[in-house]
Design a protein around this ligand. Structure first.
Ligand code: 5AD
Ligand code: SF4
Length: 357
């Protein structure tokens, strides 16, 4: 007979009845023991199947510049990391990458970079227009903090979604880890993005120094309250070339529990199996797909630049070509017993708007 704590069973029951989960319900999930974790992952997997089905959306990601003006304590791209060889893809290389992404079968292209002032919103806008003219791709941008005017230009050019992660909802931790920035401004930008018309992607890191289960549960609650359409949830991985070199990283178990809790709190959200979860465990991607995730992000960055987009060590697929990375993602989806979607995978809300419901 499997023994689950009463508060755990009650929280799971509330999730099963689609009741609004409280922060303490989520803390209970994060405290799950081994048996409870199994039940939690199963419930999250069922919730994902019920709301989104068995299809997995492929979002090919091109990391087109590793220059960054910010100095986040956890990230290898931080300004003060002088050991990193910096690169920028030329517009023609980005266009070629986009063609390859579409050719391989992805229906979304994610353009990601550090905060690099070299590319103006107008330049990026022109690129977005050309990519959309040439390919049948939805576009997600992940370019960090910009002005509201810039977001407007990018959306007008045709970008569909924007990924600006919460990282953590603890205001002190946020400002400590991201010097010169604050949580309030981050949230303001997320609101701008929504007002602009973007589908909003958020997310957090699991296992940050000074983060408690309460903090993690608070991340999920805030993402739900902000009605984010996507959330990238993955472990923090210490990087030797950063001030957090000696801090322990987030575990696979806690990352999975957070992902599962997020699925139960936000049943309709798009939740990727993050590259970070894949990088700390060979089965990380498959496991994430089995506890709530419904999106996979094969790396479409040309091979010669991959070693330099070293946000954290041990990143998956450093020696791979885009085609290798695509195949690797297909393999994970197959192993998880799921199917590949042939649609864009817009947010459910957006899809409904589009068909006029
Ligand atoms: N470990 C895990 N994820 C990280 N990121 C940055 N540094 C790390 C790290 N050391 C994530 C952040 C950021 C994205 C670019 O990468 O969530 O939003
Ligand atoms: Fe730059 Fe983003 Fe890394 Fe911070 S997390 S240093 S903003 S790339």
């Amino acid at each position: 007979m499997i023994k689950l704590k009463p508060e755990f069973s009650e929280a799971l029951e509330r999730a099963g009845q689609s009741e609004q989960l409280s922060k303490s319900d989520l803390v209970t999930f994060l405290n799950a023991d081994e048996e409870e974790s199994k039940a939690l992952f199963q419930a999250a997997d069922q919730a994902r199947r019920r709301t989104l089905g068995d299809e997995v959306y492929f979002r090919g990601i091109i990391e087109f510049s590793n220059h960054c003006i910010k100095n986040c304590l956890y990230c290898g791209l931080r300004r003060d990391n002088k050991a990193l060889a910096r690169y920028r893809l030329k517009p023609e290389e980005i266009l070629e990458g986009a063609r390859e992404t579409a050719r391989l079968g992805c229906r979304t292209l994610v353009l990601q970079s550090g905060e690099d002032n070299y590319y103006s919103a107008d330049m990026l806008g022109e690129l977005i227009v050309r990519i959309k003219e040439e390919n049948d791709l939805a576009i997600t941008l992940s370019l960090g903090d910009m002005t509201k005017e810039d977001y407007l230009i990018l959306h007008k050019a045709g970008a569909d979604r924007y990924l600006l992660k919460l990282e953590t909802n603890d205001p002190d931790l946020f400002s400590r880890l991201r010097p010169g920035t604050c949580l309030e401004e981050r949230l303001q930008r997320q609101i701008w993005l929504k007002e602009t018309g973007f589908q909003l992607g958020s997310g957090n890191m699991v296992g940050l120094p000074g983060q408690s289960f309460k903090t993690l549960a608070g991340d999920v609650i805030l993402m739900r309250d902000m009605e984010v359409e996507m959330a990238g949830i993955g472990p923090f991985i210490p990087n030797k070339q950063t001030p957090l070199a000696e801090v322990p990283g987030g575990s696979l178990e806690l990352s999975m529990k957070t992902l599962a809790a997020a699925r139960l709190a936000m049943p309709g959200a798009h939740l990727p199996t993050t590259t970070s979860i894949a990088s700390i465990h060979p089965q990380g991607r498959v496991k994430a797909l089995q506890c709530g995730a419904n999106v996979i992000m094969p790396n479409m960055t040309p091979r010669q630049y991959r070693e330099s987009y070293m946000i954290y060590p041990g990143k998956l697929g450093l020696q791979d070509t885009p085609e290798d990375s695509y195949k690797r993602a297909v393999q994970a989806v197959n192993e998880a017993g799921r199917t590949i979607s042939s649609s864009y995978g817009h947010s459910l809300k957006y899809e409904k708007k589009c068909v006029g419901i």
